[in-house]
Ligand binder design. Sequence first.
Ligand code: PMP
Length: 333
Amino acid sequence: MKNFQNNFIDGIGNTPLIKLIGASEITGCNIYGKAEYLNPGGSVKDRAALALIRDAEEKKLISKGGTIVEGTAGNTGIGLCLIGNSLGYKTVIVMNDNQTQEKKDTLINIGADLRLVPSKPYKDDGNFVKVAGRLAEEMRNSNNKGVVWANQFDNTANSKGHYETTGREIWEQTDGKIDAFICSSGTGGTISGISNALKEKNKDIKIYLSDPKGSCLYNFIKNGELKSDGSSITEGIGSSRVTKNFENAKIDDAYSVGDNEALPILYNLIEKEGLSLGTSCGINIAGAIRLGKELGPGHTIVTILCDKSDKYQTKLFNKEFLQGKNLPYPKWL
Ligand code: PMP
């Protein structure tokens, strides 16, 4: 047998780098996207989900029949639920009700116990992360196999997972010939793990954050102030606070990217390169193009292709919704 995997978990990681042709041509650089949408749960967050579950197992917090509780924008929940199913864990997912219907349906269809809550700022007790933490606490005595709050924002097992896998893979796939890495941050796990893995190999590799409007992280990197302006239809990225995972990220500089800049890149990739990617990829690739222009021709830049467009159809391909927000839409709609 060839190219054989024993189970779902074996399929996580070792994703290819895909050359982004348009982005490379515009900048004269080699811009690659790490195709994280090829993970078996469909996103970069399979890696975090696996790292968080392994962490709980190593700490003997959970055994077969136990329950994982998590607050998530969706992708981590999908990863936790699918991995959980394959290992015999139940999953309770707390998610903001303003996330796409596609993600809610996926979670219900794969058997997660989905609890929707209204979107609230982190300082509010009703914030989805805090609700998940409290729920896990309340459920703790109900299951003697263990109830675990995965806590992806502040449990650094998340960034450690990316340090040990995603970051090292990028170094090896580029034979160490990488000048810069850029991506956005939700929990900060991806950028923290990858930045540490790459800087450890070569401290001169530039690490940039590509931050959506409405997030405070751009201003935090630029002047140490957690302040935001504008808003974004992207999901799973941006933050109003410095999480424990983001805290350890080694970031040189940042860009603030609007949906007006990111969406045409996504539509172009569908039309010209056959890549139909999720909203955060637009912010990441827009950032990679800016970075290519800043560094000048000849540089190798890597970013993350977190997931595909299928989870965002009701936003990305909804002409009325986009027109209502004064945003560009695909010309074929
Ligand atoms: N893109 C998407 C689509 C996501 O769901 C997430 C995670 N919420 C991210 C990017 C950000 O990844 P991280 O949490 O590792 O910062």
